[in-house]
Structure formats: structure tokens, C-alpha cells
Design a protein around this ligand. Structure first.
Ligand code: CU
Length: 123
């Protein structure tokens, strides 16, 4: 009986140790790379906006926009530079994807809603 309890306690303390060494961010932990995927949705209530308005991905990463506003709200994704193709008008539930091969900061907006802007940071 006592032996079982001791074994259990030993395993518990090992688990705790494993957890704390994961979350501690010790000196040998490399910096987390930026994700290769990010999602942007749109607001379901006014004012129209992209959520989040800024996303960061690693070079080669892909960003997906989804119109999550209730119908009949349309949104589009149009770039300040001509570096990327713009989306069509996205109906509720439609998605649009862009892959970013190079580092940089890329501004975009929805042409349907003044002030509905966003930025993709690739680094
Ligand atoms: Cu819009």
C-alpha cells in the first residue's frame, strides 16, 4: 500500500517537472518561429473590420481570409501594392488564400468598406 503511494507520488513529481521545463522558456529553448498559417475573419457586427487586423507569418506562410459576417455582407481583400492578386467579392462563408514567399509588410483593405484595413507581416 505504502509502496504504491510512493510510486504514484514519484510519477506526479516527474510530470510536474516536465511541465515546468516546457513552459519556462529556458536558455536552450529556441525562439518560437512565426506560424506558417494564419486566419483572418471579418466582424459580424459594425464597424466592418478584419480580425485580427494584423497577422504575422513566416516566409512561405499562407494567410486565409474568411467572410464570417452574416449575409448579405460582402468583403474583399485588395492590396496597396500590386504584389498579390486581389480577392473577388467574398460572400458569407467564402474564403481567400494568399501565400507570402518573401519577408515584408503588406497592407490591404476592403474596397467595399472605407476604413476596413489590415496588414500581413511576413518575417
Ligand atoms: Cu468589407
Amino acid at each position: 500500500m505504502l509502496g504504491k503511494l510512493l510510486t504514484c507520488g514519484t510519477m506526479l513529481s516527474m510530470l510536474v517537472a516536465a511541465c515546468s521545463s516546457d513552459g519556462g522558456g529556458g536558455p536552450s529553448t529556441p525562439e518560437d518561429p512565426n506560424p506558417t498559417m494564419a486566419n483572418v475573419t471579418t466582424s459580424g457586427s459594425p464597424p466592418p473590420r478584419f480580425i485580427p487586423s494584423t497577422v504575422t507569418v513566416a516566409p512561405g506562410g499562407t494567410v486565409t481570409w474568411e467572410n464570417t459576417s452574416p449575409a448579405p455582407n460582402l468583403h474583399n481583400v485588395v492590396w496597396a501594392s500590386q504584389a498579390f492578386a486581389q480577392s473577388q467579392d467574398l460572400e458569407a462563408g467564402d474564403t481567400f488564400e494568399v501565400t507570402f514567399p518573401q519577408a515584408g509588410r503588406f497592407d490591404y483593405q476592403c474596397l467595399i468598406h472605407a476604413g476596413m484595413t489590415g496588414q500581413v507581416v511576413v518575417e
